[in-house]
Design a protein around this ligand. Structure first.
Ligand SMILES: Nc1nc2c(c(=O)[nH]1)N[C@H]1C(S)=C(S)[C@@H](COP(=O)(O)O)O[C@H]1N2
Ligand SMILES: [Mo]
Length: 518
């Protein structure tokens, strides 16, 4: 016993360092386990850990979030969870350390942590009040376990203190670990059992009444190193703020169109599914994409004309923006005139490359609007479209310093050879992609170092709303050289050489790769 209780009975009683530490960690485990258990029944994202992580995403400086998207890609969320986990463990250790004589300081710290969880759930617009039960249960469990274990290790009543009972304490600790684990697993199973995948599998084939024309054979130069014309769903870039992908069944989804409209209307999935469906190829691009970056992909979308739905609602003349909200509370503002313009071809999409939308790309339904960056158009898991004025509502990225109007900028990229590739001197073939959604690409040119611009061969134009592939040959002498690409769109605009950052409305500049020829 004496190893765990450092001081002789007459000295001030206090917990050993390892025991104090263990108490903090076990209280944390209990809080997270119980929180996750209750969240499984009242709303998965109400799990305190997830809610706090979501809060961090929503309230981090926009520069950091966009930096994480660019540099960490799809790893941004695991890295965030890991970071948050480390912070929590440090708090637990601190709570233990501060409570070696009396539990008071640790209890206050556990309470504050629990209160942060409650606040994070309270701050979410997509969770009802009942979901507060999850972080409240976590707070209570954390406090109770902390207090109980502390009493066990250091009874407040000195007279009956028969010294530290190591066995009893360890048994309690094992019990807390096992109980927290079981609670977390039950919560996980309950929270994800209403699985969207089952619902998605039950949708059945989506057969468009108006199919897109067949793809020409030379829609891409994939054999020469350009991207494939249609991006397979599994390779399609993904950007969103959702830490947990919203899990919706078709029967739980609906779309409400309201605000400055003559008649508020609500559509169910069955309503949309039973309409004549259209198929349209549209290339999506993220405003965060750096020059030469990967945040662009192309798909064949199946859905209905958004203009048809808006016509039924009767959008009023003074409406300036279509303010879209997703089930996870993310928001997006689109210029109303673009959403209403029939010739633009905005869609409510339910299918992607012949399948129902993948869950991470917005199942059951999302918005797709040709020619606008995703953050001002492409709301996934969309549940509401409200027509308002710009002054009435500020969308998610708008309030974080990104532009209100964000048409996609004309850009081009070299896909092959890769940067710093070793090539044989002589004729080197380049291939890549160029895009100017809703305007169309007119010309792509390449050049070596400061040499003349040479025209590239373009793939067939499938649609002005999709990217266009190109290939070209350059004569590369031995040594290190830089190959450049630039595109000209059908409005006659040639890409500027001036480099601009993605903030606030998209990057500009020529993409180049360094080639090492020998
Ligand atoms: N609900 C929701 N929809 C969203 C976002 C989001 O964070 N949440 N991000 C938008 C952004 S910034 C982009 S670029 C596109 C990306 O769509 P994708 O993930 O299907 O490629 O989705 C848009 N729709
Ligand atoms: Mo984006």
């Amino acid at each position: 016993m004496s190893t765990l209780q450092e001081a002789p009975p007459e000295a001030p009683r206090r917990l050993s360092l390892p025991v104090a530490t263990l108490i903090g960690l076990l209280a944390l485990a209990a809080a997270l386990g119980v929180g996750h258990l209750v969240a499984g029944f009242v709303g998965y994202t109400a799990s305190p850990f997830i809610a706090v992580a979501n809060y961090v995403i929503d309230h981090s400086p926009t520069g950091i979030v966009k930096w994480a998207e660019r540099t960490l890609g799809t790893w941004d969320k695991p890295v965030l969870k890991l970071g948050l986990g480390v912070v929590l463990v440090l708090f637990a250790l601190l709570a233990g350390q501060l409570s070696r004589r009396t539990p008071r300081a640790g209890q206050v710290l556990v309470f504050l942590l629990g209160a942060a969880g409650v606040a994070a759930v309270y701050a979410r617009s997509d969770l009802g009040q009942i979901s507060l039960l999850a972080p409240v249960a976590a707070l209570v469990a954390g406090l109770a376990v902390f207090t109980w274990l502390h009493r066990l290790a250091l009874p407040p009543d000195v007279v009956h203190d028969r010294g530290f009972d190591r066995r009893k304490f360890l048994r309690a600790g094992v019990g807390v670990v096992a109980g927290s684990g079981v609670a977390a697993v039950v919560g996980q199973v309950a929270g994800t059992s209403a699985d969207a995948e089952d619902s998605r599998a039950a949708v059945g084939p989506l057969v468009p009444a108006r199919t897109a024309p067949p793809l020409p054979a030379d829609a891409d130069f994939a054999k020469l190193g350009s991207p494939p014309f249609l991006t397979p769903n599994a390779d399609f870039y993904r950007i969103d703020t959702a830490l947990v992908v919203p899990q919706l069944r078709t029967e739980d989804w609906s779309l409400r169109i309201h605000g400055m409209v003559d008649r508020e209307v609500t559509f169910s999935y069955a309503d949309i599914r039973s309409r004549p469906l259209v198929e349209r190829r549209v290339t999506l691009t993220c405003v965060s994409n750096e020059v030469g970056g990967p945040l662009i992909s192309n798909a064949s979308w199946i859905g209905v004309d958004l203009a048809d739905l808006l016509e039924e609602a009767g959008v009023q003349a003074g409406a300036q923006q279509m303010f879209a909200t997703s089930v996870d509370g993310w928001t997006c503002g689109t210029p109303a005139n673009v959403a209403l313009d029939r010739t633009r071809g905005a869609m409510l999409a339910i299918g992607m490359n012949g399948e129902p939308l993948p869950v991470e790309h917005g199942f059951p339904a999302r918005i797709v609007i040709p020619g606008l960056y995703g953050y001002v158009s492409a709301t996934k898991w969309v549940k509401s479209l409200e027509f308002t004025r710009w002054d009435d509502r500020q969308a998610y990225w708008l309030s974080r310093g990104w532009a209100e109007q964000a048409p996609i900028k004309t850009e081009s990229r070299i896909d092959t050879p890769a940067a710093f590739a070793r090539v044989s001197a002589g004729k080197v073939r380049l291939a890549g992609t160029a895009w100017a959604q809703h305007t169309g690409i007119a010309k792509v040119e390449v050049r070596l170092d400061q040499g003349p611009w040479l025209p590239a061969t373009l793939s067939a134009e499938v649609s002005k709303d999709t990217w266009r592939m190109w290939w070209a040959e350059l004569d590369v002498p031995p040594g290190s050289h830089q190959a450049f690409v630039r595109a000209t769109d059908q409005d006659g605009y040639t890409q500027t050489e001036n480099r601009a950052d993605p903030v606030p409305d998209g990057a500009t500049g020529w993409h180049s790769v360094t080639l090492n020829a020998s």
